[in-house]
Write a protein that binds this ligand. Structure first.
Ligand SMILES: Nc1ncnc2c1ncn2[C@@H]1O[C@H](COP(=O)(O)OP(=O)(O)OP(=O)(O)O)[C@@H](O)[C@H]1O
Ligand SMILES: [Mg+2]
Length: 210
């Protein structure tokens, strides 16, 4: 099992969006799982809505945690095939550090706004202290130009930035309301979202296997 934690101290950067959507893209390759470590339970509430679809999609599966340490609870799962995404809260406390320590790779979503670009430094500093491999994904860009500018600004950090970004699209929000992936939605906007989502996932898969 490959373990990917999705982290950013900044609220609303897109952690739960990437967890939900990327886990469905990873599910096209094989088993996929999510763990929700945020008390807001955004990812697990989406998963609950997903179970009411007919038929309920088999993947991703929700990995429910008891109260033990994250590392201990997923130790057994490590031997199995697949990818496990860990959604985290907007913080850099010991709880998030624990999610970083178990990860083979940490995805840091960043919105292309000044405040978000500035705030990402704290998250990356924590990951550097923990000697974790991190990658950045620009999320919710209103234009290609904004995403390109953001990638240029992020190049000051010694962390790979995904060459594809996720655009600001209401289809992500609609998919979340319905418990779906954009891969399961209809229409032109969904097809564009699906293309960018698969491109991001394939790049991340390449980073893990590097
Ligand atoms: N690419 C996108 N296009 C449109 N809306 C988006 C996109 N990414 C995120 N959003 C919306 O922005 C809001 C915040 O996204 P999300 O919940 O994924 O962030 P988060 O980092 O998990 O937030 P928190 O820090 O509160 O956990 C949500 O309403 C989500 O639907
Ligand atoms: Mg969230």
């Amino acid at each position: 099992m490959q373990i990917i934690s999705v982290m950013s101290q900044k609220g609303g950067a897109g952690k739960s969006t990437l967890t939900r959507q990327l886990s469905t893209a990873a599910a096209e390759d094989g088993p996929a799982f999510i763990i929700d470590r945020d008390v807001q339970a955004t990812a697990s509430k989406w998963w609950d809505r997903r179970q009411t679809l007919t038929p309920a999609p088999e993947r991703p599966e929700l990995f429910e945690l008891a109260t033990g340490s994250l590392a201990a609870e997923i130790a057994e799962a490590r031997a199995a095939d697949g990818v496990l995404f860990v959604d985290t809260a907007p913080a850099v406390t010991e709880r998030e550090a624990e999610a970083a320590r178990v990860a083979d790779l940490v995805i840091v979503p960043v919105r292309p706004s000044g405040d978000d670009l500035e705030a990402v430094g704290d998250t990356l500093a924590m990951l550097r202290r923990l000697e974790r491999r991190a990658v950045i994904v620009v999320n919710c860009a209103k234009t290609v130009g904004r995403a390109t500018e953001a990638r240029a600004a992020l190049s000051v950090y010694p962390v790979p930035v995904c060459p594809t970004h996720l655009a600001d699209r209401t289809v992500y929000q609609d998919a979340h309301t319905e418990g779906r992936s954009v891969l399961e939605m209809r229409g032109a906007a969904a097809r564009q979202a699906a293309d960018e989502l698969r491109a991001v996932w394939h790049w991340i898969r390449g980073q893990i296997n590097e």
